[in-house]
Design a protein around this ligand. Structure first.
Ligand code: GTP
Length: 571
């Protein structure tokens, strides 16, 4: 066997090894590589490579490339894509000449490449590589005959290098932050763009592979770390939230952060939510610190008063004892001089006591004033803190609770109902023909009706009742202490007041009226929220189907939470 033939075999074996690694979803580590290479070499009757991994192994997974077929084009990362391009460029596909490959790349439009958008370039590349990858290799598997290497023309080489440089510049470079990787990519772009084509081709090849290896290692590790962190963070929040459940504002923060972490993680949503949360946390942090300081001041004042009172009590106890002794002396003494001395002493001590109590009185008054101020400050800070926390639970348009707020309220009211064995009902409200109102009079008027409903609810219902916006024009009322029959007149009163209320549409001068339909459901003890919501929703649907502007009872929870033909009430 000639030296050239042996080298070609090893190269082919290396390529087959990489393919096998990819099929088995094994990482291209030296150990995995050596094991598979040996297996294939034994199968093909070739000796295992001497000196570890042969040069072709450096192609890593490029020989097979990423699974560009089924993955959405946007999801294909540039790194694997470019490696795939390298691999397919080097592979000899049956029925595809190197000239045809070069022509396909020319068609990608490298001449106008600077004008091509990165996404468009990626799409074109993916399409092309999918076609190339579908073609079998020119040699049958296991046949390790030499393949004639197509000869590169200088023009083809130039196009290839240009495509490579543009892909790196517009596709890969913007995705890196790591300084070392960025530097390497820039070096590679410079190499691909200029210089002596023939002399630099080998360097370009080697450096591209090195870059890929570096990128692959960093990327895989970074991904694993990020996923692990999110999981860890989520777990921590779960436990911390429970642990701190009694601290209302912290538990609200926890649920807000968990909302952000809920997949799919969308970068824009993540950044927006992080921004809001940061602001809120900062604000709450400041308020908390001020409240703590005010509390510490109040504590200090109380300590001062107690210390003064103790000193005063000690002193007055001493005064009383001295007074008793003087009085006894007065009773038993016949000596006028002695008696005068005793009386003088008593008067002196009395004056001292008076002075002391005046001082203490002044101190007490000051302390009392400061304590009252501190108390007021604590209260107002705590109110502000509460309001800041509530913002996280509020729908910004109407001021009704949002879904998170509803979760908290429902959990609170349901556990209270369970504890006190009291009923609890909900009503699911949906504005009628709301689209028509929006379409005819504009969204501002639509919004005004949404706010009007929430305002009316606040005016007409008990302070313990709550209203939450479920989304769009759908709201949920949570009514503690009432069953469905008792909830009916309450919701009916709201419906009548809402229908009677007209809102002026200034541009047309029309006064517009709206209505809603509702499904009323009594909570079955231990029933979960989803089942309660579904029953109320089924009743709401019946109310809509029966003509709107009406209330319908939901099927009882005992019926397994399944809706039954609803019982419309006379209206
Ligand atoms: N003004 C305003 N409109 C909204 C808001 N959220 C959702 N909507 C609109 O509410 C309308 C709801 O329309 P549909 O779901 O067809 O319901 P509908 O017209 O009320 O019909 P029925 O419920 O069957 O009586 C849509 O046009 C939404 O765009 C909002 O915050 N403000």
């Amino acid at each position: 066997m000639s030296k050239t033939t042996s080298t070609a075999r090893v190269t082919e074996l290396a390529r087959a090894t990489l393919k096998r690694l990819a099929e088995l979803h094994l990482g291209p580590t030296p150990d995995n590589y050596a094991r598979i290479f040996n297996e294939l070499a034994q199968g093909a009757g070739s000796p295992p490579p001497a000196g570890g991994i042969p040069p072709a192994a450096e192609a890593s997974r490029a020989a097979t490339g990423p699974d560009v077929g089924p993955a959405p084009v946007q999801a294909v990362a540039w790194g694997p894509l470019l490696l795939h391009l390298l691999g397919e460029w080097e592979r000899s596909q049956a029925g595809l000449t190197q000239l045809q490959k070069r022509q396909s790349i020319e068609v990608l439009g490298p001449a106008s490449m600077p004008a091509i958008e990165a996404g468009e370039l990626r799409q074109r590349l993916v399409r092309l590589l999918t076609q190339w990858a579908a073609l079998p290799s020119r040699q049958a598997a296991g046949a390790l005959a030499d393949a004639p290497r197509p000869v590169e023309t200088p023009a083809g080489e130039a196009i290839w290098r240009q495509l490579w440089a543009q892909s790196l510049k517009y596709g890969l470079l913007p995705t890196f932050t790591d300084a070392e990787v960025v530097q390497r990519v820039q070096g590679l772009i410079a190499l691909a763009e200029g210089g002596d084509a023939v002399a630099d081709a080998a360097a370009l090849n080697v450096q591209s592979r090195e870059l890929w290896r570096l990128w692959d290692a960093r990327h895989a590790e970074e991904l694993a770390v990020r996923e692990g962190l999110v999981r860890l963070f989520d777990l921590m929040l779960d436990n911390l939230g429970e642990f701190l459940a009694q601290d209302h504002w912290i538990s609200v923060q926890m649920s807000a952060i968990q909302d952000i972490l809920r997949p799919p993680l969308d970068v824009r949503r993540l950044e927006e939510a992080q921004g809001n949360l940061k602001q809120l946390l900062f604000r709450q942090g400041v308020l908390h610190k001020s409240a703590d300081e005010a509390r510490a001041t109040a504590k200090e004042l109380i300590g001062l008063v107690v210390r003064n009172l103790a000193a005063y009590a000690e002193h007055s106890a001493g005064y009383n004892q001295a007074l008793e002794a003087d009085l006894r002396k007065l009773e038993t003494s016949d000596d006028w001089e002695e008696m005068r001395g005793v009386v003088r002493g008593i008067l002196e001590q009395g004056r001292e006591m008076q002075q002391r109590s005046r001082e203490l009185g002044g101190q007490l008054e000051l302390a009392q004033r400061q304590a009252a101020e501190a108390h007021e400050r604590i209260q107002s800070l705590e109110n502000e803190l509460e309001q800041a926390s509530q913002k996280l639970q509020e729908d910004p348009l109407t001021g009704a609770l949002n879904r998170r707020g509803l979760d908290l309220v429902f959990t609170r009211d349901a556990s209270r109902a369970l504890r006190l064995k009291l009923p609890l009902s909900v009503a699911l409200l949906d504005l009628d023909h709301f689209k028509r109102i929006n379409d005819n009079f504009g969204h501002d008027l639509g919004d005004a009706f949404l706010r009007a409903l929430v305002d009316l609810t606040r005016r007409l219902m008990r302070p313990s009742d709550s209203i939450a916006r479920m989304g769009g024009e759908e709201f949920m009322l949570v009514l503690p202490d009432v069953d469905a029959e008792q909830a009916y007149p309450v919701v009916d009163r709201l419906l009548q007041a809402f229908c009677a209320q007209r809102i002026l549409h200034r541009p047309s001068g029309q006064s517009v009226q709206a209505s809603f339909s509702a499904g009323i459901a009594a909570w079955g003890q231990y029933e979960d929220f989803v089942s309660l919501y579904q029953r109320a929703d089924a009743a709401l649907l019946h109310a809509k189907q029966a003509g709107r502007q009406r209330l319908v009872y939901a099927a009882p929870a005992e019926a397994g939470g399944k809706s039954q033909p609803a019982r419309p009430l006379a209206r």
